[in-house]
Write a protein that binds this ligand. Structure first.
Ligand SMILES: NC(=O)c1ccc[n+]([C@@H]2O[C@H](COP(=O)([O-])OP(=O)(O)OC[C@H]3O[C@@H](n4cnc5c(N)ncnc54)[C@H](OP(=O)(O)O)[C@@H]3O)[C@@H](O)[C@H]2O)c1
Length: 290
């Protein structure tokens, strides 16, 4: 039996569906008060196991008879990772798959990156047969906060933005490619004690991405180019005035970096073979009925 931690949010339902479709028995570790509606809609038999990552005992109770754990919550919560490692040691359970992020590879320093790297170090120092998968920006579900939001915005407003030249590279990954990667590595010993980047098929510029979106949506929207300097100036004022700012100047800076990653190791060790952006965005457009 596999214990899936973090099943309720964005990536979780896709991973759960793939596990069930592949014939695995799955127990979802879910905290009290979490919205489990999405899980109930997924076809296949699964067990819900209550618990909270802030309690090592509750993790232990849930995983003590498991053959493997899949850990989806953000690695920025180092305390949760520490508890999971402690519970796995107590349960003498070795195989744990963690989902990290390529944000740790961006040159810019920030607190979130520091915390995620700290978790990765803890995992590497543990005795676990771990694998850390680091996806790039994930898209492909109506719940994604990246491309679904963008598509809905374009449909409503007939325009979108670029910050800077738009010539920076991105390599977004389709959600089901991550779920498939998890299935491929679950029992694959070649992947034990290793970390892999898992991006989309090939890098493309932000401008090219918008061209593909125009082509696939058949919406000839306008692109408003926002120069970096003034954008940072206004975002800085906004983030000071807003109680809960949704954008900060660091995010504008991060948009400028090329985020392109090779994946030869993943291809070699577990036949990682993601779809391209044209194919992925078309699937999302159909899911959103745009
Ligand atoms: N979105 C992207 O573009 C992107 C890109 C690269 C990497 N990633 C990584 O992909 C992973 C999955 O992302 P996501 O957006 O689906 O998930 P997420 O928001 O990081 O994780 C939330 C999940 O963990 C559960 N959780 C949080 N605290 C918990 C606790 N104390 N006890 C038990 N469960 C707890 C949540 O349950 P509740 O329902 O109770 O809140 C939810 O199911 C993350 O590690 C993220 O960093 C995402």
């Amino acid at each position: 039996m596999i214990v899936l931690i973090g099943a309720t949010n964005f990536l979780g339902p896709a991973v759960l569906q793939k596990l069930l479709d592949s014939g695995h028995k799955v127990k979802c570790f879910v905290r009290a008060g979490s919205d489990t509606q999405k899980l109930k809609e997924i076809k296949g038999e699964k067990e819900i196991s209550p618990g909270n990552l802030n309690s090592l005992d509750s993790i232990y109770s849930s995983i003590k008879e498991a053959e493997a754990v899949i850990y989806l919550p953000d690695l920025k919560n180092t305390y949760y990772v520490k508890n999971l490692i402690g519970a796995a040691n107590r349960a003498k359970l070795n195989r744990v798959i963690f989902i990290g992020s390529t944000t740790v590879l961006v040159p810019q320093e920030n607190e979130e990156k520091k915390a995620k790297l700290k978790s990765e170090k803890m995992i590497e120092k543990s005795k676990l047969d771990y694998t850390i998968l680091r996806p790039t920006m994930i898209y492909g579900s109506p719940k994604d906060t990246n491309f679904s939001k963008m598509l809905k915005f374009i449909k409503e407003n007939n325009y979108f933005y670029t910050f800077g030249s738009g010539e920076n590279l991105i390599q977004p990954v389709y959600i089901e490619d991550i779920a498939q990667a998890i299935i491929n590595i679950l029992k694959n010993e070649k992947t034990y004690r290793k970390t892999y980047e898992i991006p989309g098929k090939e890098p493309l510029t932000y401008n090219k991405m918008l061209d593909i979106v125009k082509d696939k949506t058949k919406i000839n929207f306008k692109v408003r180019k926002m120069p970096i300097g003034p954008s940072k100036f206004f975002v800085n004022i906004y983030s000071k005035l807003s109680k809960k700012p949704k954008l900060d100047t660091g995010q504008i800076d991060r948009l400028q970096y090329d985020k392109a990653y090779p994946y030869d190791d993943a291809r070699r060790d577990f036949e990682y073979s993601p779809i391209n952006f044209e194919e992925g965005i078309l699937k999302l457009i159909k899911k959103l009925d745009i």
